[in-house]
Design a protein around this ligand. Sequence first.
Ligand code: PEP
Ligand code: MG
Length: 767
Amino acid sequence: MLSTLRSLVQEVNSARDLQEALDIIVSRVQKAMGTEVCSVYLLDPSSNRYILMATEGLYRKAVGQVSLGYSEGLVGLVGSREEPINLEDAPSHPRYRYFPETGEERFRSFLGVPIIHHRRMLGVLVVQQRESSRTFDEGEEAFLVTVSAQLAGVIAHSEATGAISGLSLTGKETRDVSFNGVPGAPGVAIGTGVVMYPPADLDVVPEKPTDDIDGELERFRTAVLAVREDIERVARRLASQLRPEEQALFEVYLRMLGDEALPGEVANRIREGFWAQGALKQVVQQYVRHFERMDDHYLQERAVDIRDLGRRLLSHLQEGETRQVEFPERTVLVSEELTPAMLGEVPKGQLVGLVSVKGSSNSHVAILARAMGVPTVMGLVDIPVNQLDGRELIVDGFEGQLFASPSADLRAFFQAICDEENELVRGLEALRDLPCETTDGHRVSLLVNTGLMTDVVRSLSHGAEGIGLYRTEVPFMIQDRFPSEQEQREYYREQLEAFAPNPVTMRTLDVGGDKALTYFPIHEENPFLGWRGIRVTLDHPEIFLVQVRAMLKASEGLNNLQIMLPMISNISEVEESLHLIYRVYHEVREEGYDIQMPKVGVMVEVPAAVYQIRELADRVDFLSVGSNDLTQYLLAVDRNNPRVAQLYHSYHPAVLQALVRVAQDAHAVGKPVGICGELAGDPGGALLLMAMGYDSLSMNAASLPKVKSVIRSVSRDWAGQLLDDVLMLDSPHVIKSCVDLALRNAGFGRYLRPGRTSSAVIAEQTA
Ligand code: PEP
Ligand code: MG
C-alpha cells in the first residue's frame, strides 16, 4: 500500500493543474481500491457549495454540473462532521440526496472522507460500490483517510495556482482571492513580483515566456557546452581512481547531453516560446517522472542522474541570469525562503515588499524587513511561487495576506491604507525630541534594535535614546567568511559613534537556531535546542575573544559600549564569559587603548533564566528579555514554523506571568531590566511592559514613534489597571482583544488596523 500511495502522491504532485491532479486521484484510487466509483467534491469558497470535480465511475457529464450545499447530502454530512462516513446502504440514509445526472442510483455502499488542510475543509473524497454486501472494511477506510491527508496539501496548492490566474474551481473568473500567511513586517505594499530562487533549484524556477528565442537558445547551448566540459574534466580527473565500468557513468551523462537527447527537447520547448530555464525544468521533470515510475531499480536511479544534469545546466544558465534580473521600480521580492543576501540584490529604493513561503514573523529576514520598514508576509505555505513573477501584487503586512492581480476596487482600498499610513508617520515626526513619559511622569527609555547601518540612520531620525540590541550576527551574515577583527571594529565603531554618548548594547554572536552563516554551517536535528548563541562562542573562544576585542577597541574615547550575552541557560556560562571579557579588557588596556570596562548584561530568553534572575543579576549589570525566544521556548512553538504560527503568542498568560516575574526579581536586587523582543514594539505590548516596570523597551525603529505616542498619552495607573485586568484572563486571544479594545477606547485604533477590512471589500464585490 505504501508504494501505491507514494507513487500516487508523486504523480499528483507533478500534475500541471488542479483538474489533472484530481483526475489522477480518482482514477488511481479507484484502481488501487478495486471499487466501482471514486469521486472528488471540492468546496468552492465563493459559493460555499461542494462541486463534483472529478469522477471515475459516475457519468462524466455530471462533472462541474452537480453541486451540493454546505450541509446537503452525504457529502455535506462528511464535511460538517469532519470525519469519514462508511455506509452499507447509502440510499436508505435520511441524508442521501440523489442526482440523476450522475447515474448514482446503481451504487449502494458509500465511503466518504473529508479532505482537510490546516483545519480548512477543502472537500470530500468518495468511493462507491454497487453491491451492498461489499461494505468498505476498516483497512480500506484507513487507506482512503491516508490518501486524503496526503493529498490535501497538493490540492490546496493547485487550488491556489488556479486562484492566482483569477479562476475559480469551475474555471469561471473569480473575485479577489487572498492568500494567508503571517505578518512579517507591518505596512502595505503594491508592486510587481520578482521571484528569486536559490541557485540551481529546478523546482522553484518560474515558467516565464520569452521574446528572445534566439538569445535563450544561445544561452542554453553555452550551458550545455560548459556542462560537457565539466563532466569531461571530472572524468579525466577520476580516470585513475575508478574502475572502467564505473567510468561508464560519465559516458551515460555525455550521451544524455547529445543533441538528440535532453538538449534537443529543451531546445524545442524554447522554440515554443519558453525561456531556457523554464524549458529545462519542464523537460527534466518529465524525464524524472518517467524514470521514477519504472519498476527496475537501475532505471529508477537514472532519474537521479537526470536531476543532477538538470541542476548543473541550470546553474550555468543562472550564472548569466544573476546579472540580468531587472527589478521594477516597485519590486515585491518573492521566494521560497528569503535570505538577507537576497534583499541586498534589489537596487536601492526599489524594494517595496517581501513575500516568503518559509519562515514566520520572527525569522531573521522578517526582523530585517521590519528594521528597513518593508512590508512583509511570511509563511505563505500554499502559494505557487512560480506564478508570481511579473504579476501585480499587494502585500498586506498588517494582516499577513497577499493578493495577486488585484481588482481596481481592491487596489484603491489598499492605496488608501498606504496614504493613511504615510500621513500617520508624518504626524508622529513632531514627537522626535519629546521624552517618553506617561501623563503622570513615569519615564521609560525607548531604544532600538539594529543590525545594519540602515537601521541606525532610521533610528536617529525617529528619536531613539540608544541601542538596546545590536545583532552582531547581521554583519557576519552578509559576508562569506568571518569578518576580521579590524572589519568588526569598523562596523562596531559606526554604531557606537552614531549614538554616543547614549548606550549601545552589542550582543555577542548569536548564530545557530535559525541564524545560519554560510561559511560556518551547523546541521542539527533540533537547531533551536542545540548549539546556539553563547554555547557556540564559548566552544570557540577564538571567535568570542576577537569579537570582544573588536568591540572594546571600537569603544575607545566613546565609552558607551555595553556587552550582552545571548541564550544564557546556566550561571557558569555567565561566569566563563565574564572571565574572557575581563581578560580581553586587561589585554587591550595593556596594548595602550584608553577604554573603560563596559557594562555586561545577559539576555533572558530561555525559561531556565526566568527562574534564576537573582543569581544572574548578582553577576551582571543589567538584564534584557528576548521575548521572541522566550515565547518560543515557554510555549514549545518553533518561531519559524508557519504550521504552528497560530500558537505563537506573546500575549499568552504564561509569557506575561514570566515577564512580570523577571521585572520583579530584577528590581528586587536593584538591577535594571529591559526588553528587546518584538513585543516591545507592539503598542499594546509596550503598555503592558511599561506597567510591569520594564526600564527600557528596545524595538525596531519604525515602531518607536507609535509606542512613544501611546505611552505619552496614558498614565501609569491606567496601564497598571489594564495589566491587572489581563492577568486575570486565561486566553491569549481574549487578552489581545482586551488590549486592542483599550487602545481603541483611548483613541489609538488607527495604530491597530484601518477600519474597513479587505474581506469587506471582497464581500462587496459579490453583494
Ligand atoms: C529575542 O529572542 O527576543 C531576541 C531579541 O533575539 P533574536 O530575535 O535575535 O533571537
Ligand atoms: Mg533571541
